[in-house]
Design a binder for this molecule. Structure first.
Ligand code: BES
Ligand code: ZN
Ligand code: ZN
Length: 496
């Protein structure tokens, strides 16, 4: 999909559909909408008075052959009350408009920003929203719906003097959305086409193409480094594990400045191991590598956006299978850090591989840690598929991330984590155990386990089990992988 900036006056834009936002108001026909109304001989005023055009969020009003415009259609999208409108709303609206028109076989459209909104940020979110909305999970369909493809999007409403800033936002938005879609592509692959070996190859190819340093540890190196927690999960599978390390080290990074460590869970399929999962819905466990894929996607974006901070990305990857050599409940494993772990449930495997991932990231020099993982079913119970579960050991660092999430339009909610929860994972025969000895608080317990390996470093854990996969399509996003957290992390790192 092509996306360009168009600085022609909107009435003269030849497009299949001109799209604009309408704010909810007793009179929604104002500003640019009033200008269009005038050209169209009062049609929009009529629609408003009849109650068909109100500006309520995501209300669509489609007008064919609008008088006074070169466009074949005019699509007005409700944007809610103007006081509440922000770039996060526009990102969704732009995406929803694209999907609405795509379903109607429209191939090109022009999005007209409202008066006063021709900024860098708004061009960026239009690019992000439309490119993410265009993603479809049809790679393996032999009958691709080729009549339903968006070929081009134009961003309109930028005057000649606003063009440079618009272009800047557009370029940024494209990098971020392409990286999000890159992660979504990885997540979408089934486990027979996305083993730890294949994921590592894809990460390596991306890193080399982007000018990032990359190292892939194979099962031999993983064993030499005594990553016992990762190995314990991998031992039940014939597919060997991999540990990926991608580093972004710009010359602009100041000595002594924070080094961000991004650690992503990449279980390419989670059967549960010997503590096997029920058959119903197990196919979805191909997305148990979403945390790792997201971190790889973040690195792809950073390579192009070039923040002045060093970032080390560590992605432990394995299958969790109940093979003849699989670990069994009660087994005791020694993590890379030296801590011993009683594995009471082999399905709590994400925290095991993250234990070694986090420890290794610290060893490589990361001072501030962030992990992303489809870690618990409990976070889905707590927050459904709406919010990412956030846990943090340093409130200032966590607040910074939550602020970035707001700007990025990704809903995140902090959940509690404090030492009162620690007694639930105290081991009886080893240092710690991988599941709780008590009841409830499953998402916090998962976080507490990872915390054991973070030492004193400021650390944030993102539980994306509920949000990394959309079971149903949203107006602005196809069903399937979401790439959630990528935009927030990119924004956070860019702020250093
Ligand atoms: N990968 C799952 C968590 C998950 C659940 C991801 C639903 C996506 C959707 C994780 O490895 C797991 O199985 N966690 C267990 C932990 C339990 C045994 C303490 C869970 O949440 O049931
Ligand atoms: Zn599991
Ligand atoms: Zn898992």
């Amino acid at each position: 999909m092509q996306i360009t900036l168009e600085s022609k006056p909107f009435a003269g834009i030849e497009t299949e559909a001109l799209v604009s936002c309408v704010f909810e108001d007793s009179d929604p026909v104002q500003g640019r909408i009033a200008e269009i109304d005038k050209l169209a001989g009062g049609l929009l005023g009529k629609l408003a008075r009849s109650g068909e055009l109100t500006g309520k969020t995501l209300e669509f009003t489609l007008v064919h052959a609008p008088a006074g415009l070169k466009a074949a259609r005019l699509l007005l999208v409700g944007a809610g009350k103007k006081e509440q409108f922000n770039s996060a709303t526009l990102r969704k609206i732009a995406g929803a408009a694209l999907r609405y028109l795509k379903a109607r076989s429209v191939k090109n459209l022009a999005l007209l920003v409202r008066e006063g909104y021709a900024t860098e940020e708004y061009a960026q979110v239009i690019a992000e929203g439309t490119l993410a909305a265009d993603f479809e999970s049809d790679k393996y369909k032999t009958d691709k719906k080729n009549d339903k493809r968006i070929e081009s999007v134009a961003i309109a409403g930028y005057s000649d003097s606003e063009r440079a800033t618009g272009e800047k936002g557009l370029a940024k938005g494209r990098i971020i959305a392409d990286s999000q879609n890159f992660a979504r592509d990885l997540i979408n692959e089934p486990s027979n086409k996305m083993t730890p070996t294949i994921l590592a190859q894809k990460a390596e190819t991306m890193a080399k193409a982007s000018g990032l340093s990359v190292e892939i540890l194979d099962e031999k190196r993983i064993a030499e480094l005594k990553m016992g927690a990762l190995l314990s999960v991998a031992q039940g599978s014939v597919e060997p594990p991999r540990m990926m390390i991608i580093t972004y080290n710009p010359p602009t990074a100041k000595p002594g400045a924070p080094v961000i460590g991004l650690i992503g869970k990449a279980v390419t399929f989670d059967t549960g191991g010997i503590s096997i999962k029920p058959a119903d819905g197990m196919e979805k466990m191909k997305y148990d590598m979403a945390g790792g894929a997201t971190m790889i996607g973040v690195m792809r974006a950073l390579a192009a956006l070039k923040p002045a901070v060093k970032v080390i990305c560590v992605v432990p990857s394995t299958e969790n299978m109940p093979g003849g050599r699989a670990q069994k409940p009660g087994d005791i494993q020694t993590a890379m850090s030296g801590k011993t772990i009683e594995v009471l449930n082999t399905d709590a495997e994400g925290r095991l591989i993250l234990a070694d991932g986090v420890h290794y990231a610290k060893q490589l020099g990361a001072t501030h840690l962030i992990d992303a993982a489809t870690l618990t079913g409990a976070v889905v119970v707590a927050l459904a598929g709406i919010n990412v579960g956030v846990f943090g050991s340093d409130q200032a660092f966590t607040d910074k991330l939550l602020a970035s999430a707001k700007v990025a339009g990704e809903k995140m909610w902090q959940l509690p984590m404090d030492d009162d929860y620690r007694e639930f994972i105290k081991g009886t025969v080893a240092d710690i155990q991988n599941i709780s000895s008590g009841k409830g608080g499953g998402a916090t317990i998962g976080a507490m386990f990872i915390k054991e390996f973070t030492g004193d470093s400021p650390w944030i854990h993102l539980d994306i089990a509920g949000t990394a996969w959309n079971d149903d399509a949203k107006p602005w996003l196809a069903k399937g992988p979401t790439g959630v957290a990528l935009r927030t992390l990119v924004h956070l790192i860019m702020s250093y």
